[in-house]
Design a protein around this ligand. Sequence first.
Ligand code: ATP
Length: 299
Amino acid sequence: MRLEQSKLSSLMIPAHAKANLSLDVLGIRNDGYHDIRSVMVKLCLHDRVYLYPRASGITLACSTRNVPWDHRNLAHRAAVRLRRELGVEAGVHLFVEKHIPVAAGLAGGSADAAAVLWGLNRLWGAGLTVAQLQELGESIGSDVPFCIQGTCALVTGRGEQVEELAWAPAGWVVLARPGGLEVPAAQAYAELDRRAGGRAGDFTPGVMRALARGGLAELAAALGNGLEAPVMYRWPEVGQVKRALLEAGAVGACLSGSGPVVLGLVDGAEQGELVAGALARQPGMEAWVTRFLDRTGGG
Ligand code: ATP
């Protein structure tokens, strides 16, 4: 395939973290994945993915050694996948500036992969539609379709069906986890399978009602995640983080994705700083303040 390549010498794409306001796990599928139903939101917290076009070859460097720098990196995988799909020779050097905690339940790898698909589609002048990019993304990771396009969406299937909602939350959140703990999503789901037969949670309808009404207290009361109990059973320190968030003044809190990050809703930036400060002072805890992304791409 011959493409009209863009004249841009480089591109930076922000790759935003996602969080789950609800996560219902509906059961194990024949392909081994789980069917889910989730209200996913994007956060202002983001990695920066830089793309430098080259005549050939795909290379990658990262701002941290915490993620692989080779073909195992989801950003690298996305470039290889798109190049194969398009049948082109073009190359790219990728630099991933990581800010999203790794293996935290915030879809950092999927966000980077989505940014690469989005950016290369532009740089290589491929002209793929959002739906085509999402379909490609699905083969890289379950959260990639939402990362490609979604601000606050109902996500179903194994993550490939993304329906943007009419309402989106606004305001501040605190993210917290036991220092340095990473929870591989596969282990969180395996724990759910063992303890509850691969099925838990019915939080999504309540979260959608709360979003439609717009109140912080109602949303805080509706938050929930079917993976929370099994993850907290296997990693009890995650439960301590949730309790610490609520004690420090978060209005509501729940596990994000497969964790271990717990998302705490707070009433404003000042309260966010107070809550995050209280957590960060406790030994072995990490905390970040961020806010929900709005549809203009700002906070
Ligand atoms: P999800 O919520 O989609 O399950 P997560 O937040 O739990 O994702 P990631 O941060 O995406 O997890 O990391 C999961 C695994 O993917 C890690 O083991 C990490 O080494 C690997 N990985 C590959 N590429 C990346 C990347 N660009 N950024 C982060 N992790 C990556």
